[in-house]
Ligand binder design. Structure first.
Ligand SMILES: Cc1ncc(C[n+]2csc(CCOP(=O)(O)OP(=O)(O)O)c2C)c(N)n1
Ligand SMILES: [Mg+2]
Length: 542
């Protein structure tokens, strides 16, 4: 086998069947191996390396499974780097295969095509696990190690470099079956302490982050046992079905934080809670996290349970059964409080809510919403009902403008069985609008909605409100998005109201052989920020 064939064989052994990629001479022999893999490996090529990397990220977020992208070194790597950074911050298992100049010349600064100083060092700052493949005999093992590292502890991306003259080298390759991940070690004493605290809590609250996405059943059961509201914002949405009155977002979550005596944080950094809302000695915090470093970063927890949320919460549920107090239902109280906040949101943010209601009405229960850094997105994080895990995909703390369209293509490519909606502003959409060509080429049936206000609207509003209307660098000259999308061969239409959007979405979701772009011309939206950046509600900031 060649090095490239060994990498692909190892990927296949680990269930990876798609390579998102943009080719170039350093990786020609990798693509030759991908060609030879035939039906066993789909190669989905993009029009810019950021597109390939965001697609791998989207596929990883939609499935929770490892995904791969391949790019040339130097500019190829750097073009993909914002997506790789986002994969790191989102703990997403994305494996980057990155080309290199001739093996013997790495580090010599000779001026080879795409040479970049210390590529390995740059990569090592972006991901926790990386390696350079130097011969075919190492290739399968290094690939397996990288894929394993992506799923071990706090998940995250990994990268493998391989030189132009190494991909094609032949050698004896021993393919080993994937090793099972180490079983989660459960600290029974810590579980007991957590169960006692929670069992005796008067007003418990559960805070979910992305690390809870695969523990939806357990969080739902705990919520019921404890009558504890479950707060999910951005990446924690959908863990508890929004139709459950105990499922809350901001700003009601902040009120509940202010009242709580015990909080169970599951797979969340809890930065908003500790840094914005405050903490005091009357609130005991229990953390469940795959990363042993995380729970103590901002505040010393009463109990830290280190390991994957699902097995950890399963055990906690078992033990809680022996310690839990009898509890009256909080259903009607929560229904009432949800209703009160909904009316306040409706008073302040009606234009955004109108569009979100239209989207929710036509997006099926298992359809996937991909968020962007745009006005509709900010309100979606607060108010779009989400019914299932992994159906609300939001960029997390990077909040990097322009991630949405290409990431959504990866989501839709990996989940062709459900409709996916991508929302963007006119600013963010143009970061990767070139990838409409990829959607057409690979018949990806994504429906994308572009809210066009002719501005980096968020920036403009800040300049209006805080800088005396001194507008700079925030107005946009837009294409006609309908004609633009049509010129690629995509279906496109314009919708001027929530009602028109509903019709357009229905047509988009029904079209399963190619992409749809819907332009929604809009004016300035009211500010959502008073509901997001809220003042402290207890104690001091951690
Ligand atoms: C990579 C990156 N660059 C810049 C920003 C700063 N930023 C935040 S929102 C925004 C404007 C968004 O404009 P648009 O996509 O049109 O959405 P709108 O606010 O108009 O709805 C900018 C420039 C960012 N979040 N990420
Ligand atoms: Mg805009």
């Amino acid at each position: 086998m060649t090095t490239a064939e060994a990498v692909i064989a190892a990927m296949q052994q680990h269930g990876i069947d798609t390579l998102y990629a943009l080719p170039g001479v350093q990786n020609d022999l990798l693509f030759e191996a991908a060609f030879k893999a035939g039906d066993k490996l789909r190669t989905v090529h993009s029009r810019h390396e950021q597109g390939a990397a965001y697609m791998a990220l989207g596929a990883a977020l939609a499935t929770g499974k490892p995904q791969t992208y391949a790019v040339v070194p130097g500019p190829g790597l750097l073009n993909s780097s914002a997506a790789l950074l986002t994969a790191y911050s989102m703990n997403a298992p994305v494996l980057a295969l990155i080309g290199q100049i001739p093996d013997a010349d790495i580090g010599r600064d000779l001026g080879h095509l795409h040479e970049i100083r210390d590529q390995a060092g740059i990569i090592a700052r972006l991901v926790d696990h990386s390696a350079l493949i130097r011969k075919p005999e190492q290739a399968a093992r290094l690939t397996a190690n990288a894929i394993r590292a992506m799923a071990t502890g706090r998940p995250g991306p990994a990268a493998l470099e391989c030189a132009i003259d190494v991909w094609g080298r032949q050698g004896q390759v021993a393919l080993e079956p994937p090793r099972p991940l180490p079983a989660v070690k459960i600290d029974e004493d810590a579980i007991r302490r957590a169960a006692k605290r929670l069992g005796a809590a008067k007003r418990p609250l559960i805070v979910c982050g992305a690390g809870a996405q695969d523990a939806s059943a357990e969080v739902t059961e705990l919520s019921k046992m404890l009558q504890a509201p479950v707060l999910g914002y951005r990446r924690g949405r959908g863990v508890l079905d929004s139709r459950d009155p105990l499922s809350v977002t901001l700003p009601l979550g902040r009120e509940l934080w202010g009242e709580a005596d015990v909080v169970l944080g599951v797979g969340s950094r809890m930065l908003i809670q500790f840094r914005q809302w405050g903490i005091d000695k009357d609130l005991a915090v229990i953390r469940v996290d795959a990363d042993a470093q995380e729970p103590g970063r901002l505040h010393r927890p009463a109990v830290a349970l280190i390991g994957d949320a699902k097995p950890m919460l399963r055990r906690l549920i078992d033990v809680l059964g022996m310690h839990n107090a009898k509890r009256p239902s909080r259903r009607s109280e929560m229904q009432e409080r949800q209703g009160a906040w909904r009316s306040r949101l409706e008073q302040a943010l009606a234009p955004q809510l109108g569009y979100l209601d239209a989207i929710r009405a036509d997006l099926p229960e298992d359809g996937i919403f991909v968020d962007e850094v745009t006005q509709i997105g900010f309100v979606a994080r607060l108010a779009l009902p989400v019914y299932r895990p992994r159906t609300f995909i939001s960029p997390g703390y990077q909040d990097n403008l322009g991630w949405g369209y290409a990431t959504s293509l990866g989501v839709q490519d990996a989940r062709r069985d459900v409709p996916v909606i991508s929302i963007s502003g006119d600013g963010g959409f143009m970061f990767t609008a070139n990838e409409i060509a990829t959607a057409v080429r690979h018949r990806i049936p994504l429906t994308a909605v572009v809210f066009a206000d002719g501005a980096f609207g968020n920036v403009r509003r800040i300049q209006q409100e805080r800088f005396g209307n001194r507008l700079i660098a925030s107005d946009l000259a837009n294409p006609n998005f309908v004609k633009f999308a049509e010129s690629f061969g995509a279906a496109a239409e314009r919708a001027r109201s929530p009602e028109e959007l509903r019709g357009a979405l229905r047509r988009g979701f029904a079209r399963r052989d190619g992409p749809t772009v819907i332009e929604v011309p809009v004016g300035a939206f009211p500010s959502p920020w008073p509901f997001i950046f809220m003042p402290p509600i207890r104690g001091a900031k951690a």
